[in-house]
Design a protein around this ligand. Structure first.
Ligand SMILES: Cc1cc2nc3c(=O)[nH]c(=O)nc-3n(C[C@H](O)[C@H](O)[C@H](O)COP(=O)(O)OP(=O)(O)OC[C@H]3O[C@@H](n4cnc5c(N)ncnc54)[C@H](O)[C@@H]3O)c2cc1C
Length: 455
């Protein structure tokens, strides 16, 4: 496998700047610098302070704290770029305890538009997807599961993984295959098996004969929610994190936001980061920014094998009969590029008498165009008889690097790149820096804690 190659400090022809390695002569000096002020960056700062660092800098090109936790206020509407739901038992709260009272407790429900045009249970409904299908369809589903278990035992990608467990017929009929394509941005046959096993374990658990029999014999008693679901305050993410930023500042953390990052160099045990405001010296670097960004900062070309999804968020307001009750709706149907929508007026109340929501769309599926995404969305919801009334696009947002795409052994290349960065002295972690599909802030927190404990 190709390697990252020598990084600037390792190059033999690099003529050292005499000021390098003596950060105090170079400008501000820190024990550690954290690149990126998302959840990984905030948790890293908290861990570094606990580890005894007295001066930590968190620096970000974004002008806000929270990374891709991005909200937009348009008039009285407050949209997020996607569905952000948190819980009151998250380990993140051990690092940022003061944010808990600022969250809004919510009671969301998750639904799914299935290929038969019905809004039903997410991720699958025994009643609507199986029982309603009728005896002929049951037979086809059973035969296809049997066939897959006997003759399609090879599981080398996400499609083969799902087909083995639920059969090709149910994979198609339930819309799961469409959803995987919409979510990951590529056909499921291109998604690496290791990622499928990690992210789609629930399919295996639901479909194992042993578990099916157990559920039939002793259906699980409905258990109340084990934790409280939370959304950011109506004032936005900045207001949520602001209180934690203040406390971190009082314990030795400095925040530099909206900063251009130009170059990162190493000389001996010290690093020098060139920013729009001048050089900064430090002893330790934790990077949570996208891998291609940190590679460029270190003077290396980004790795084309590591691709990420660009997410278009469409912000709509609506008046009329929306046709479903769930706050979060996934698109499992055979058509329509949008993958999920979140109705914020369920959490914060209507604004100007209207409901409002965000629809997330993978940019690759709409020619990277907000107009195409909007037209496609309108066409699809009309065909499925939802949002029957006045639907108005209030705005949109595009974010690159929304999540990594695991194709063609991308995780192996990412691991290799991260190991090379580590050898250089940069600890690259988080959803972006670790090229790691971390689904929740909870997972992100645990992974950041674990990564920074490593020697
Ligand atoms: C649409 C969406 C919905 C989610 N829903 C939930 C949820 O319901 N509950 C939950 O707990 N978690 C959710 N998550 C996941 C959760 O937000 C992440 O696990 C966590 O925020 C990752 O934090 P991070 O600091 O590692 O990375 P990020 O927040 O992704 O970013 C880290 C840093 O990378 C830099 N960066 C990122 N993107 C770019 C870019 N395009 N260009 C330049 N720099 C960039 C910025 O400096 C940023 O500060 C969701 C994520 C997304 C994208």
């Amino acid at each position: 496998m190709p390697s990252l190659g020598p990084l600037p400090s390792q190059s033999t022809d690099h003529v050292a700047d005499p000021a390098e390695g003596r950060p105090d002569a170079d400008g501000a000096k820190y024990d550690a610098v954290v690149l990126g002020a998302g959840i990984s960056g905030l948790v890293s700062a908290s861990v570094l302070i606990k580890q005894g660092c007295s001066r930590v800098l968190v620096i970000d090109e974004y002008p806000h704290v929270g990374g891709n936790h991005i909200d937009r206020r348009i008039g009285d509407y407050t949209f997020d770029i996607g569905s952000f739901i948190f819980q009151d038992d998250s380990p993140l709260l051990a690092h940022l305890p003061e944010i808990l009272p600022r969250y809004v407790p919510i009671e969301p429900s998750w639904g799914r538009l299935n290929p038969q045009g019905m809004v039903t249970q997410y991720p699958i409904s025994i009643r609507d997807d199986l029982v309603r299908a009728g005896p002929l369809e049951w037979l086809r589903i059973m035969l296809s599961v049997l066939y897959a278990r006997l003759f399609q035992r090879r599981r080398s990608n996400a499609r083969e993984f799902a087909r083995y467990w639920i059969g090709a017929r149910l994979l198609y009929r339930s819309g799961l295959e469409n959803y995987m394509r919409r979510f990951y941005g590529v056909p499921p046959e291109r998604i690496d098996i290791r990622f499928a096993e990690k992210r789609m374990l629930w399919i295996k658990e639901h479909a194992m004969v042993r578990n099916l029999v157990r559920r039939l014999l002793a259906p699980a008693a409905p258990s109340g929610p084990r934790n409280t679901q939370l959304a950011r305050p109506a004032e936005g993410f900045s207001y949520l994190y602001d209180v934690a930023v203040k406390r971190l500042e009082s314990s030795g953390v400095t925040f530099l936001l909206g900063q251009q990052l130009h170059e990162l160099r190493r000389n001996g045990d010290a690093f020098r980061l060139q920013t729009g405001d001048g050089p900064i010296g430090m002893g330790r670097v934790v990077s949570t920014i996208p891998l291609d960004r940190i590679l460029r900062l270190c003077g290396k070309a980004p790795d084309a094998r590591l691709s990420t999804v660009t997410l278009i968020s469409l912000f709509f307001s609506f008046s009329g009969d929306r046709g479903f009750r769930d706050s979060i709706l996934y698109n499992f149907s055979h058509e329509g590029a949008w993958k999920r929508l979140t109705v914020y007026s369920d959490f914060y109340g209507r604004a100007e008498g209207r409901e409002y929501f965000t629809a997330e769309v993978n940019a690759d599926h709409v020619l990277n165009s907000v107009e195409v995404a909007e037209q496609d969305f309108r066409r699809h919801v009309a065909a499925n008889r939802i949002f029957n009334g006045d639907l108005k696009l209030e705005g949109s947002h595009v974010v690159s690097n929304a999540y990594p795409v695991y194709t063609d052994r991308a995780d192996e290349f990412a691991a290799e790149t991260i190991a090379d960065l580590r050898a250089f002295g940069v600890e690259s972690i988080g959803r972006q820096g670790g090229f790691d599909y971390q689904p929740t802030a909870r997972v992100t927190t645990l992974k950041a804690e674990e990564a920074l404990q490593q020697p």
